[in-house]
Ligand binder design. Structure first.
Ligand SMILES: Cc1cc2nc3c(=O)[nH]c(=O)nc-3n(C[C@H](O)[C@H](O)[C@H](O)COP(=O)(O)OP(=O)(O)OC[C@H]3O[C@@H](n4cnc5c(N)ncnc54)[C@H](O)[C@@H]3O)c2cc1C
Length: 602
């Protein structure tokens, strides 16, 4: 396998790999990673779909990529996916999956057209004092010291960041800045999380620094991701004869490991209470999703707080059993052993009439019933004790919604702190109580809150014990390679398999591992698209630097006439022109920023 950039590789079609007709494929887990692997096996590996089987413990596909209506409880989305244009493997896949909405279009076409016509932007990113715009004015408020810390993290080697927490590499200035507020609430980082992951995120999303404060960096699907992404993938796989075996919990995978050669020899499972399994030869490929951020999710309802499930967790237990067999299979305990540090909770509020939406409209300055962008990403109540954020995507968010309903996603980063209105930790609250706390921060008059939470909305909270497990401080080797060295028929998939430079907690990461696994195991003759290179592009670096400084030029020391001469001289160089044009050196005489028509990122 190799990685590549550009159209030559992107549009070329690989020939059928040798031996593709002899392969069978067993995929453990039915989430995005496994479904993507099945798609790449069919499209690029040209393996017949009938020879591919997906083993899933639950009764439906999609894993974390959810969206469901429970008959009694109501609508539930555990999360909403912030997507961007540079999800190279994801879009490479969805260009080949027919849309279920628009005849003749792909899922990518549908998404592209939607976001062209109705681009995402937030008109109020942060509130305070019960629903007042906090007027963060797109500023990052990073002091010189905080900026230097960011630069130090970017310049540090991976090894220097290994095993460190974010609050070990950033001080109070940084942690008190708007930048950290936007960043942590958008990506769900806590101060105890991995400094290495923070570094990788800074590199990975360098091109989006400017779009963070108003979320113009983001794009969203038409409906929830189960309906907009999972169902089209399912249809494609069904049409190609792929078999889904639901209610199959994989309990172990056996291996022959000898002289550096690794071959999976058997998959063991429990199906409907009965043990079963399949023996594997070298032509039987096994690709296993390990760990899961939504494993053991506990749903509450309007009148019940969600359960925090700390017992057996098949996704983690499977990885632990596999990991015992070779040091090359990673160290799951690093990620799954401290639920208090990896849990958080979200809630889905469905409003049932116009009483609550009018408060939403006041904040986001858009009609929630318009069918177009509403909040434009999350709104954070910065003075909320739970550090609560909420979002209203384009409505309806579910096809089954009634015209008067609005589906809202709410989450809190601090689930153990008593709320400002309900005075209870989020994790102890029923759906109704969470709605009360949200309505308080929405600016609903205190005397109306109880009534509205009870009669104008239905709320389902979900506790996710492992949702940020991949952000735990880690070291090289904690995550196994997608295809461990010497493996002939086995690969790891998903958020806990290691692929270089890309960042976890993204759909892209899961799809990337699927593509890399498929291309390696089948020896597909096409490059896997590189992670977008913005961190190596001087223009993006300068643009990001200017934004991180809130547009303030760098101070040039010395007397005025010397400064002027230096600036004029600098501006006559290629580098100096760039520095001027991105606003990093002050305007002086003829040295003023020019529109950068010659650059892609003017
Ligand atoms: C709250 C939340 C917000 C998110 N926000 C974003 C975002 O903004 N942008 C973005 O790009 N991504 C986001 N994501 C991440 C994205 O949804 C996930 O990374 C991705 O869907 C993970 O897919 P996966 O297939 O790797 O793993 P999973 O979805 O975890 O799938 C694993 C599957 O394997 C099954 N399984 C586990 N163990 C076994 C076993 N032993 N036997 C059989 N089956 C098993 C599970 O039931 C599950 O279906 C978010 C996720 C959540 C939960």
């Amino acid at each position: 396998m190799y990685r590549s950039n550009g159209n030559y590789e992107a549009f070329a079609r690989p020939r059928k790999p040798e031996g593709a007709d002899d392969k069978t494929v067993w995929l453990v887990g039915g989430g995005l990673a496994a479904m993507a692997a099945a798609i790449f096996m069919i499209r690029d590996g040209q393996v017949a779909g009938e020879r591919i089987t997906i083993l899933e413990e639950l009764g439906l596909p999609g894993g974390a990529l959810d969206g469901i209506k429970y008959p009694e409880k109501g609508f539930v989305i555990r999360g909403g996916r912030e997507l961007e244009d540079h999800m190279e493997c994801l879009w490479d896949m969805f260009r080949s999956i027919p849309s279920l909405e628009i005849e003749g279009a792909s899922v990518l076409d549908e998404f592209y057209w939607l976001n062209k016509d109705d681009p995402n932007v937030s008109l109020c990113r942060v509130t305070e004092k019960q629903g007042q715009d906090a007027h963060t004015n797109k500023l990052f408020t990073l002091s010189e010291k905080a900026q230097k810390e960011i630069v130090a993290v970017i310049l540090a080697t991976r090894e220097e960041m290994e095993g460190k927490r974010i609050d070990e590499v950033f001080g109070d200035d940084f942690l008190g800045s708007n930048f950290w507020l936007y960043w942590r609430t958008m990506f769900a980082f806590e101060e105890w999380h991995s400094a290495l992951e923070m570094k990788l995120y800074l590199h990975r999303f360098m091109h989006h620094i400017g779009g963070l404060p108003d979320l113009s960096a983001l794009k969203f699907t038409k409906y929830n991701q189960y309906e907009s992404l999972v169902l089209p993938m399912r249809k494609f796989l069904d049409d190609h004869g792929v078999q889904f075996r639901f209610h199959h919990t994989v309990t172990d995978i056996q291996f022959d490991i000898e002289d550096g050669r690794i071959q999976a020899t058997r998959i063991d499972w429990i199906a409907d209470g009965e043990p079963g399994g399949v023996d594997l030869g070298p032509d039987d490929l096994c690709l296993a999703t390990i760990g899961s951020l939504t494993e053991n999710s506990g749903n509450g309802d309007q009148h019940t707080a969600p359960e925090l499930k700390t017992g057996p967790a098949p996704a983690w237990d499977l990885w632990k059993r596999i990991a015992e067999k070779s040091p090359a299979f990673g160290r799951p305990e690093v990620f799954c052993s401290d639920i208090d540090k990896t849990k958080w909770e979200s809630a889905t509020v469905t409003t049932v009439d116009e009483r609550i939406p009018k408060y939403i409209e006041k904040i986001c300055k858009r009609d929630p019933f318009s069918g177009k962008v509403v909040t434009g990403g999350i709104v954070t109540a910065k003075d909320s004790a739970w550090l609560m954020s909420w979002t209203v995507n384009r409505q309806p968010h579910f096809k089954a919604q009634k015209p008067n309903e609005i589906v809202v996603w709410v989450y809190g980063l601090f689930v153990e702190t008593p709320g400002d209105y309900v005075k209870k930790p989020m994790q102890e609250c029923t759906g109704e109580e969470i709605a009360q706390e949200w309505l308080y921060h929405l600016g609903v008059p205190v005397e109306d809150i109880a009534e509205l939470a009870a009669s104008a909305a239905k709320t389902v909270p979900v506790m996710m014990p492992y949702v940020t497990s991949f952000f735990m401080p880690r070291r090289a080797g904690d995550r196994p390679q997608v295809v461990p060295e010497g493996s002939v028929n086995f690969a790891f998939l998903g958020q806990f398999a290691e692929t270089t430079r890309d960042t976890i907690f993204t759909t892209e990461y899961s799809v990337r591992t699927a593509m890399e696994a498929t291309y390696q195991l089948l020896d597909v003759e096409r490059g896997v698209p590189e992670v977008f290179n913005s961190t190596y592009d001087i223009r993006y670096l300068l643009k990001a630097t200017a934004r991180l400084r809130d547009g303030e030029a760098v101070h040039i020391p010395g007397p005025n006439f010397l400064q002027g001469r230096l600036l004029d001289k600098l501006d006559n160089t290629q580098m100096g022109e760039l520095l001027t044009d991105f606003g990093l050196i002050p305007a002086h005489g003829a040295t003023v920023p020019r529109p950068r028509d010659d650059d892609a990122i003017a």
